[in-house]
Design a protein around this ligand. Structure first.
Ligand code: A2R
Length: 320
């Protein structure tokens, strides 16, 4: 039997390249026009994709790969993939849940503290030699504050546990109420925003959440409110967020994700009451290796044992 041929759509952790090239025939998909040369040469043989989150995998690419069976995505979010199209073609999509939840939750808490207590602005102040002038007391605090989590899934729950240990009250909004948590449920995002002091987005991207966090939500969060996003930038109406920060509709924001990465609007760069991170919540060597290993194990599980480890809900295995 010839080895399965795998397309790698971007630069991934070294272990992915090492393990996949040891077990399979691999092909890297370059950026730009050079991609066509690779596809012209190998498209008919590709049975699996190791997917970089930085690259979209749309219907066009899938339909150039007639033997494609599985797309193993590097990341828990998979809004870079046209999953309905994959499902329609019986292509399995896998992601990397759980192995990053604690790391992302750590980063979310760090970002929340940085934002409320102005830690990065204070460090800039010190480095500018201004300590003697005394840094102003921060208006923001997490003492006595309520955290509203939009997306109480694996990551959201890990954040809630930490925030509760810090003395914060928790409330949340999902489409479906979670039965096994003690936190109050808000039946809409707007209700959540008006009920909390810190609104934290840990929901997935994609069409179902696009632009949901908009001017109305910032209005509901209010002038003492803080917005934190470690989910996806597309969930936010970014111009509305810029306006809400500029006119102080909300107090501050901490953002690890943006609508059009790696582009960050200059207006956000120019404001001191915003903390900006380069989509790095899961980005430790430890956790990225765990994610990379799960990606590889999904491909091995499929090609060696006929069962992926972590298929996404839209492409369940065994098939329904
Ligand atoms: O709505 P539900 O009951 O399916 O709850 C999910 C919630 N969620 C939403 N809530 C309100 N409106 C929506 N349109 C909506 N879509 C999803 O987000 C669930 O509680 C949560 C997602 O949790 P998990 O599926 O366990 O994902 P995980 O591992 O926590 O990662 C969340 C996201 C990733 O998709 C990446 O974008 C980012 O964090 O790294």
């Amino acid at each position: 039997m010839p080895k399965p041929e795998i397309l790698i759509t971007g630069s991934l952790m070294p272990l992915v390249h090492e393990q996949l090239s040891a077990a399979y025939t691999t092909h890297s998909l370059p950026a730009g026009d050079a991609a066509d040369d690779v596809l012209n040469a190998v498209a008919d043989e590709i049975r699996g994709i190791a997917g970089s989150p930085a690259r979209g995998i749309g219907a066009n690419l899938m339909d150039r790969l007639p033997r494609l069976e599985i797309i193993a995505n590097y990341g828990v979010g998979y809004d870079n993939i046209d999953v309905p199209h994959a499902a329609a073609r019986n292509i399995i999509v896998t992601n990397t849940p759980d192995v990053l939840s604690e790391e992302v939750a750590d980063a979310a808490i760090g970002l929340m503290i940085m934002t409320a207590r102005e830690l990065s602005a204070a460090e800039r102040w010190l480095r500018a030699g201004k300590w003697k002038k005394g840094y102003p007391l921060t208006r923001g605090t997490l003492r006595g504050k309520r955290l509203g989590i939009f997306g109480l899934g694996r990551i959201g729950r890990a954040i809630a546990v930490r925030a509760q240990a810090m003395g914060m009250e928790i409330c949340y909004h999902n489409r479906t109420r979670v039965r096994d948590v003690p936190y109050p449920y808000c039946s809409s995002l707007r209700e959540l925003a008006s009920h909390c002091d810190v609104l934290l987005c840990a929901a997935p991207g994609g069409e179902a959440t696009r632009g949901l966090i908009n001017a109305e939500i910032f209005q509901a969060l209010g002038a003492e409110g803080i917005f934190i996003n470690i989910g996806r930038g597309t969930t936010v109406d970014e111009p509305a967020l810029v306006a809400a920060l500029q006119d102080r509709t909300i107090m501050a924001a901490g953002l690890d994700v943006f609508e059009n990465e790696p582009h960050v609007p200059q207006e956000l760069m120019d404001m001191d009451h915003v903390v900006l991170l380069p989509h790095m919540a899961s980005a430790s060597v430890h956790t990225r290796n765990a994610m990379a290993q799960l990606l590889v194990d999904n491909l091995i599980g499929w090609f060696e044992n006929g069962a992926p480890l972590t298929p996404v809900a839209e492409t369940p295995w065994p098939r329904k």
